[in-house]
Design a protein around this ligand. Structure first.
Ligand SMILES: [Zn+2]
Length: 145
């Protein structure tokens, strides 16, 4: 194809006339530049419409990209908020556990203390009772004589 031909070392005068025509098949106007959207030589009229097409395609890609970026930024913000909430919840839960453990320890000390004191009382009572028992045995053996 003439439009794809390499023209590095040649001047415009040596190009074949076909390469200086608009590359759209239905157009016979002389080319006046290369398109942005359509990669080939285009006439002035088609260059203008190519420019419009390029602008509108660029705008639609930019819109898509902007909306994707906005979505990503929203997700980032939500993730940050969720992380903050979780960190706060964790700290509150840790405090709650500390308070429960302190209360359980306090309760344990009270209950065990009371039981220790009851055991000591019972030991005291048993010592007294064994004295009485011994006395009663003594009295019985005295009266037997
Ligand atoms: Zn044209």
């Amino acid at each position: 194809m003439a439009t794809k031909r390499k023209s590095s070392a040649t001047s415009d005068e040596q190009d074949r006339p076909a390469s200086r025509l608009c590359s759209l098949s239905h157009c016979q106007s002389p080319a006046s530049g290369r398109g942005h959207y359509w990669a080939g030589p285009l006439c002035a009229e088609h260059l203008e419409s190519d420019k419009e097409q390029f602008k509108s395609r660029f705008a639609s890609i930019k819109n898509e990209t902007d909306s994707i970026l906005a979505g990503a930024s929203q997700l980032t913000n939500r993730a940050k908020a969720a992380q903050f909430e979780l960190t706060t919840d964790r700290a509150e839960t840790a405090d709650l556990f500390e308070a429960v453990i302190a209360r359980v320890n306090e309760c344990r000390e009270k209950v065990l203390g009371r039981l220790d004191s009851n055991i000591a009382d019972m030991e005291q009572i048993q010592r007294s009772l064994s004295c009485v028992e011994k006395l009663s045995v003594d009295v019985k053996s005295q009266s037997a004589h």
